[in-house]
Design a binder for this molecule. Sequence first.
Ligand code: CP
Ligand code: NVA
Length: 314
Amino acid sequence: MKKKKRDFLGVYDFSHEEIYKIFETTEKLKKQVKRNRFKKYLKNKTLGMIFEKTSTRTRVSFEVGMSQLGGNALFLSKNDIQLNKGETIYDTAKVLSRFVDAIMIRTFAHENVVNLAQAADVPVINGLSDLLHPCQAMADFFTVFENKPELKRNPDSMKLTFIGDGNNVANSLFLLSAIIGNTFCIANPKGYGIPKQIQEMGEDLAKKSGAKFIFEENPIKAAKDADVLYTDVWVSMGQEKEKEEKVAIFKDYQINQDTLKEAKTDSIVLHCLPANRGMEITDEVMDGPHSRVFDEAENRMHVQKAILLKLLKK
Ligand code: CP
Ligand code: NVA
């Protein structure tokens, strides 16, 4: 019987065990790149990449990652394909499935990712929707564990504090925390927290892992004793019209020296990037000794290669 295809639409698509296995594979793949010795596990495989929003990291990391694995990637920008000219997601999924071995999509409504995956006959990877950014969260946890192996062994002793908007990146970190079992603390202005549907899903997952959640309004309090401080832009792609309003609302939700002082002395600072320096994070922190943001960006590629192998390798 043909094996059922797997998708990666949210971190919940993998079990705790599978996530740790992916981190193991990521470590091995990263070493191969360091030695400049690539194993061509995905020879002749093609990844189709639909982008309805802009990207630097996601595009480059998938494209270079596929090439290192012996395959190739197609950049399908919304300006160049028929999807945005009225062709349906269903038809696009069916047609692409005849050509490519997997599809990555970056889009607005999360429903688009779900519909694409339902119609596609090949694995679908969420490269960011308005709701979730699972590849980012996987790279983030890999970066944390790479820097702090003791937290990988004892995730229940880890506090990850997110300061800012309860949006796609925060949602995925929340859900991955719920699977891994660490404490996830978020400080956000009223009305900008983790949405109810994600909270419920996380609470359900936490029953198994023992993860704890802390919801705060005060960023300084939230930062107290954190192992990891994390932030994201105040105005996400697609929210440009709300810019002025959000910048005013979020002005105190910044990672700066005052926030950093509250965290553990050996804490690390992460940001999914792109950053608006001087807004959600200061130059001093982003370029300072606690920052791991560029390792984090690099790890996108290593972890995504491991995800591609999980979904595609026979
Ligand atoms: N973090 C991230 O997804 O970056 P891009 O928007 O550049 O892909
Ligand atoms: N929340 C941001 C993440 C960018 C990687 C956005 O959606 O624009």
